[in-house]
Design a protein around this ligand. Structure first.
Ligand SMILES: [Zn+2]
Length: 309
């Protein structure tokens, strides 16, 4: 009897020791993480975990091994035609000083995804950057195009998302210009009607919700900076960008905007300072080089004060 009791106590003590060990390991793993990540880890929907895994695989395929999409507390409310979540992350909560970053509006512009994912890691690791700001990053606006076997500019419906915004000139200019200027090139097809795509509505919803003063959308491979914004302040904004262009040794062009383009919708019609950064190429293996090249300019853009009308 005594032996049994002693045996039981020994087993119980062993079990307790084991439990303490497990609890300590859990604490060590989860304590350094922000609460949102722990919470997210506990409640991530399957479609998001699947998507993040697919993204991680694609990053590894391109040699972007320093990118860990799992570590970012993504949010999403919409999915694409191929059921990929349209993800974004929001750092900081100042409603007055908000900057929005968009990557891979065109799915075959590969290094733009790396730039935005790397920026998300960088901002997460340097919280002083968003102390009195709000920084919203949507790294992959067109996941269906990016994750296609052969990456595509257009989305799964064959629509150019940078021609699908509901700008005032969309009817009848978007389709007319596509026929006459683009000679019906499918890569620039604006769709049958404006804002017909989830990815377009996603960008519109981000603009509506966060009311950004500044937007930077990364594209490739045209190799320049372009800008749109409130016409009264455009000169000083242009001068600032001219300086940035010299510092980063990257040309500045006034490319203009199109029916249904972001520059038209956000810059021209909504007076948001909107920069397009066109990287020099769409090659995935140049991505790290481009991040190093443009990191300083991007951080300066985050800190740039603009006059709010
Ligand atoms: Zn593009």
């Amino acid at each position: 009897m005594n032996w049994n009791k002693a045996g039981c106590e020994e087993i119980r003590a062993k079990k307790n020791k084991e439990l303490i060990k497990i609890f300590t390991i859990c604490l060590l793993i989860f304590f350094p993480m922000p609460l949102s990540v722990c919470y997210a880890a506990a409640s991530i929907p399957k479609e998001l975990t699947n998507y993040i895994s697919a993204l991680e695989k694609q990053c590894a395929k391109y040699g972007w091994t320093d990118i860990k999409p799992k570590e970012i507390p993504w949010e999403y409310y919409r999915t694409t035609k191929r059921k990929h979540p349209l993800i974004f992350v929001n750092f900081g909560n100042s409603g007055k000083n908000c900057v929005l970053f968009l990557g891979a509006v065109h799915g075959d512009e590969l290094p733009t995804v790396y730039l935005m994912l790397k920026l998300a890691h960088y901002v997460r690791d340097n919280p002083q950057i968003f102390k009195d700001k709000c920084i919203v990053i949507a790294p992959l606006v067109n996941p269906d195009g990016f994750l296609s076997k052969i990456p595509a500019r257009v989305n799964a419906n064959g629509i150019d998302l940078n021609r699908n915004f509901p700008t005032k000139d969309w009817h009848p200019e978007a389709l007319k210009q596509w026929r006459l200027k683009q000679h019906k090139n499918r890569r620039y097809y604006p769709g049958r009607k404006p804002a017909s795509e989830q990815e377009t509505m996603f960008q519109m919803a981000l603009i509506k919700r966060f009311n950004p003063q500044k937007i930077l959308s990364v594209h490739s491979p045209l190799n320049f900076f372009d800008f749109d914004g409130p016409s009264s302040d455009l000169d000083s904004f242009g001068q600032w960008l001219e300086k940035i262009s010299k510092e980063s040794n990257h040309p500045l062009r006034k490319f203009g905007f199109f029916p249904g383009s972001l520059g038209n919708y956000a810059g021209h019609e909504r007076d948001i300072f909107t920069i397009t950064l066109e990287l020099p190429s769409s090659e995935a293996n140049k991505a790290k080089e481009y991040f190093d090249k443009f990191q300083t300019s991007i951080l300066k853009f985050i800190n740039l004060s603009v006059a709010v009308s």
